[in-house]
Design a protein around this ligand. Structure first.
Ligand SMILES: Cc1ncc(COP(=O)(O)O)c(C=O)c1O
Length: 408
């Protein structure tokens, strides 16, 4: 009997025994990893020696204080890529998302704002702490008593449908007087690769700015160049107040996540009559661990190599050209290709078939991921074009087999 409490409540999850580059070794043999190397986390390949060896720079570990040289260097490097004023370190996506939400509440309290709820989008996922679960738009409220007081979950897609695409009318559904913050994923990953309507998002960010509502872009999956830029949201007309990055920032080698806080948001937190002892309560012992930050610095250096981005773009073009025809398969409800994102989702009419296809692809030598009724293909940036072509051929062949089975 295993003494390990299962990570997921249910489901059959493929266990990696070892990994190198694009490959993982499993009890089902050697597979090419097209699951982002563990859910969006390893774009630069498993066991990347350049990155792994840089971890040694921090193994002396002086913890419980991340105002170190490595953290300063990381903040400087990021500041060259996106504008922000302060960088907060955490051990996981959940912990920085939680910290960002607590910042929102702190600002609301300091400013005596009327609203005290977080606006969040249906089918979003922001983490596994009580607060982030309450502010996620998947069906997690039941795990957090009082979640309705903390968050207002808005079904943006249904609202747009209800109002025939009229964004202003849709936005009027939101109880703005109750709201002090807005958290969103530009593309809902756990929610099945659903991209937020760009015009709606821009209008939301603008409305929030006008109303003094603090905005948090959760870019834990969309960030770190998965969509071509460090932060997807940097293309928005109104920038979010806080941007969260995680997962790929250490290429899966160490747990680390960060929150980038804008100047005006930091000022709202800092220029307050609130006594210092009542502020900034978001620390964790291991936040900004020197090894993790050394790797994160090296990852940024690695990502400054234009060759990686050229490869990323070629892979993206292959996905964009070759996967839309998969829509013609009977069992496929849609092929989801969020703009500029190196990922594709095959959405099935029957959710069971996402798992059936995942198994079939496993037999062909690929590891893919599944979220509800969506099969996810998340290539590493260093994947080879020929592997992606073979994968798409395999998908097409497996879908054809599935269609035949369904007819029988
Ligand atoms: C968008 C998003 N936010 C937050 C999280 C939580 O990150 P972590 O699992 O590192 O705590 C995840 C994890 O899947 C995520 O996808």
């Amino acid at each position: 009997m295993s003494h390990i409490a299962p990570f997921f409540g249910q489901g059959d999850h493929l266990r990696a025994l070892n990994a190198d580059g694009l490959y993982i070794e499993t009890e089902h043999g050697l597979l090419k990893d097209f699951n982002g190397g563990g859910y969006w986390t390893v774009p630069l390949g498993h066991r990347n020696h350049q990155l792994v060896s840089s971890a040694d720079l921090g193994t002396w570990a002086d913890l419980f204080n991340y105002e170190t040289g490595a953290c300063e260097a990381y903040a400087q490097a990021l500041a060259g890529l996106v504008p922000f004023q302060k960088l907060l370190f955490g051990c996981s996506g959940s912990s920085v998302a939680d910290a960002a939400l607590r910042m929102v509440f702190q600002i609301a309290r300091q400013e005596n704002r009327q609203g005290s709820r977080i606006l969040t989008l249906k089918r979003s996922y922001h983490g596994s702490t009580g607060l982030t679960l309450a502010c996620s738009g998947l069906n997690y409220k039941k795990w957090t008593p009082g979640a309705d007081k903390l968050a207002f979950v808005w079904d943006d897609e249904a609202a747009l449908r209800r109002h025939g695409g009229d964004i202003e009318a849709a936005l009027n559904e939101i109880p703005w007087e109750d709201i002090c913050g807005f958290i969103f994923e530009p593309v809902r990953a756990v929610g099945g690769l659903r991209q937020v309507n760009f015009e709606l998002l821009e209008a939301l960010l603008e409305q929030c700015q006008q109303a003094g509502v603090v905005t948090v872009a959760d870019e834990i999956t969309t960030g770190v160049f998965r969509c071509g830029e460090l932060a997807w949201s940097s293309r928005c007309g109104v920038l979010p107040d806080i941007v969260l990055l995680g997962k790929a920032i250490t290429n899966g080698i160490f747990p680390l996540a960060v929150a980038l806080i804008s100047r005006s948001t930091w000022d709202r937190l800092d220029n307050s009559s609130t006594p210092v002892r009542d502020r900034y309560q978001w620390g964790e012992t291991y936040a900004g661990h020197p090894s993790a930050v050394a790797v994160a610095n090296r990852v940024l250096g690695y990502l400054s190599d234009p060759g990686i981005h050229v490869n990323r773009k070629s892979l993206l073009s292959i996905l964009q050209e070759r996967t839309p025809p998969l829509r013609s398969n009977r069992g496929v409800a849609d092929v989801l290709l969020p703009a500029d994102m190196l990922a594709v989702g095959i959405k099935f009419r029957n959710p069971k078939n996402a798992y059936v296809l995942e198994r079939m692809m496993r037999e062909r030598g690929y590891r893919l991921g599944v979220e509800s009724n969506v099969l996810l293909v998340v290539p590493m940036f260093v994947s080879r074009e020929m592997d992606l072509h073979d994968l798409i051929d395999g998908l097409a062949a497996s879908l054809a087999v599935l269609d035949e089975k369904e007819v029988e």
